[in-house]
Design a protein around this ligand. Structure first.
Ligand SMILES: [Fe+2]
Ligand SMILES: [Fe+2]
Length: 139
């Protein structure tokens, strides 16, 4: 199946430039993983792709939580629990890719899971702080 890059959907924007740019970087890292994830045995490349996704994701989660604390937003704990689950899932897929796997099926599963998680998280969880952060002048 030819690779089709995930395009940024403007409906995912929160209109907070630093946050939107982080979210776009996570989508790029998912695309890179989806496009370049090799067959079994290509451990180095695979680890680099997972490392990049993990790094962009952590940078973003840290920035987001710091902003929520700075702006005295509530319910940060539940938000952090969701973030932790995503980081665990990245590691779960990294482990899965280091064993035997059906390459195309796993790639499809990873792409679908990660993208769906991100979109649902942006729309249901991140969106809760959108007005609060914009009102606080966060760029
Ligand atoms: Fe979040
Ligand atoms: Fe976010």
């Amino acid at each position: 199946m030819p690779h089709q890059a995930i395009l940024w959907n403007p409906s995912w924007n929160l209109n907070i430039p630093s946050i939107d740019s982080d979210h776009k970087n996570i989508v790029k890292a998912i695309n890179a993983l989806d496009k370049n994830l090799g067959e079994q045995g290509e451990q180095r490349l695979m680890n680099k792709l997972f490392d990049a996704l993990d790094a962009y994701t952590r940078i973003h989660f840290n920035r987001e939580i710091d902003l929520l604390i700075e702006c005295n937003f509530t319910d940060i704990e539940n938000h952090e629990v969701e973030h932790s689950k995503f980081l665990e899932k990245i590691e779960f897929y990294r482990a899965k890719c280091s064993g035997e796997f059906d390459h195309e099926a796993l790639k499809q599963e990873i792409r679908t899971y990660l993208l769906d998680w991100l979109v649902v998280h942006i729309d249901q969880t991140d969106r809760k702080y959108q007005k609060h952060l914009i009102a606080a002048g966060v760029q």
